[in-house]
Ligand binder design. Structure first.
Ligand SMILES: *Cc1c(COP(=O)(O)O)cnc(C)c1O
Length: 450
């Protein structure tokens, strides 16, 4: 008989601590800089928009950080998530490789983002904050934060990138069910939004601009903080529950991956799965970690490693990361969660030092992979997650070519139930090929002077 299809853990096996890779990475991060003074950011600089506990986590070099029981109690609603052996996909590919995936679409918000929205809301609540402002691209982060705010009885305002606001009306309803206020960005609520509307009244927005709006909102009100769904060190810390659980699950069936694959927007689901395994790599274990991005927003594969702003309005700290420039406006591809100009500083540094590989794929080949996965494994994946599926398929076909087995693990970061417009376009042959063929030259990337 085949070994298990679905590898599950009991609630008591939910990790009690997050793993902080800053304790173990061989090259330390360069300090984030203040956007106007350009001097290293201090905790006081961040306190108008973040609670102290998260500021401490951002800079911590402690290896293990305790997860408060109140957070674990919320995690229990959907964690531990299953690890699933993709037997049917293996068969469809006729590959000798074993393919496993960690399914994060099992959360009420439909993606891995609830792993950090819950702790972020919790730490803000305990710091006396009443309201959170944030941005959302595809809608998953806004959904996850709306859910977490309703858990902790907080208000939530979400600046939603206009293209998604128009394409995904049900995402908006989803957030409103939890009581959130959802505003299309650019909006006239902030200076950053008004500036963009004056420049281009038809602007479809970008994540970088929506971040500016949310940060401006949060800094202008004492009862309000800001929450970011990816990129930052504390976000990635919270996401390590993904990899820590997976390690226990694979251990149960006597497996260890040769390669770990994740899609990469700001880097949080990829890092959440991969970082606990990189801990082993630092001490000599042979494992590859592959980050997959769209060719339309090729931050790692074609960006530069430099200090840049996290947002269009230059309100966020300047961090050393792979970037396409803070004013890069990606084409309107359907993987909205992967349309960010920057990348997590942690993922960037580790990529720069050769611990991580990166690949980029076109939208149409990614949807082809998504449909093959849906037909074989049954789950309709989010367009973002489908980049990881594509990456895993490429690895599996390589194994077939080489005629040897290998164990592939990828993160299925979310389901695609709110992405039917995208699937509809694909099925009816109307999917636009985004203008990602123009040469993207390093000297066209606009960066701050340091
Ligand atoms: C937001 C999102 C992503 C991209 O964000 P990361 O921080 O890179 O993980 C990927 N998949 C899904 C389902 C998302 O919601």
């Amino acid at each position: 008989m085949k070994s298990d299809k679905k590898i599950v853990l009991s609630e008591s096996e939910i990790p009690r601590q997050w793993y902080n890779i800053q304790a173990d990475m061989p090259c330390k991060l360069e300090p984030p800089l203040h956007p106007t003074t350009k001097r290293p950011v201090t905790p006081e600089d961040l306190s108008p928009i973040f609670p102290l506990e998260l500021i401490k986590q951002e800079a911590s070099v402690e290896r293990w950080i305790d997860i408060p029981q109140e957070i674990i109690d919320k995690y229990r609603i959907w964690r531990p998530t299953p690890v699933i052996r993709a037997y049917e996909l293996e068969k469809a590919l006729d590959t000798p490789a074993k393919i496993y995936y960690k399914y994060e679409g099992a959360s009420p918000a439909g993606s891995h983002k609830a792993n950090t929205s819950v702790p972020q809301a919790y730490y803000n609540k305990t710091a006396g904050i009443k309201r959170l402002a944030t941005e959302t691209g595809a809608g998953q982060w806004g959904s996850a934060l709306s859910l977490a705010c309703s858990f902790y009885d907080m208000e939530c305002t979400v600046y939603m990138v206009k293209i998604s606001y128009n394409q995904k009306p049900y995402r908006r309803s989803f957030m409103q069910i939890y009581g959130a206020e959802v505003i299309a960005s650019p909006s006239d609520r902030t200076q950053a939004g008004r500036d963009m509307l004056a420049l281009d009244p038809d602007s479809l927005g970008s994540l970088g601009l929506a971040i500016s709006e949310a940060v401006e909102d949060a800094s202008s009100r004492p009862d309000t903080n800001y929450a970011l769904g990816s990129v930052l060190n504390h976000v990635i810390l919270h996401q390590t529950v993904i990899g820590l659980e997976t390690q226990k699950q694979l251990e149960k069936v006597g497996e260890y991956p040769d390669v770990v694959v994740g899609c990469c927007g700001g880097g949080s689901n990829f890092a959440g799965l991969a970082f606990p395994f990189l801990k082993d790599k630092f001490t000599g274990t042979n494992i590859r970690a592959v980050a997959v991005e769209p060719t339309a927003c090729p931050t790692l594969t074609r960006g530069v490693f430099a200090y840049d702003y996290g947002d269009l309005g230059k309100l966020t700290p300047i961090t050393k990361m792979y970037t396409l420039g803070h004013n890069f406006m990606p084409p309107g591809i359907h993987a909205g969660g992967l349309r960010y100009h920057g990348e997590s500083p942690l993922v960037s540094q580790l990529y720069h030092n050769g611990f991580i590989e990166a690949q980029a794929y076109h939208q149409t080949e990614v949807f082809e992979a998504a449909v093959l996965f849906a037909k074989s494994e049954g789950i309709i994946p989010a367009p973002e997650s489908s980049h990881a599926i594509k990456g895993a398929i490429v690895e599996a076909l390589k194994a077939k070519e080489e005629g040897r087995s290998k164990t592939i693990l990828f993160c299925l970061s979310g389901h695609g139930h709110f992405d039917m417009t995208a699937y509809d376009n694909y099925i009816s042959g109307k999917m636009e090929v985004p203008g990602d063929e123009q040469p993207l030259q390093a000297n066209m990337i606009s960066l701050p002077e340091i």
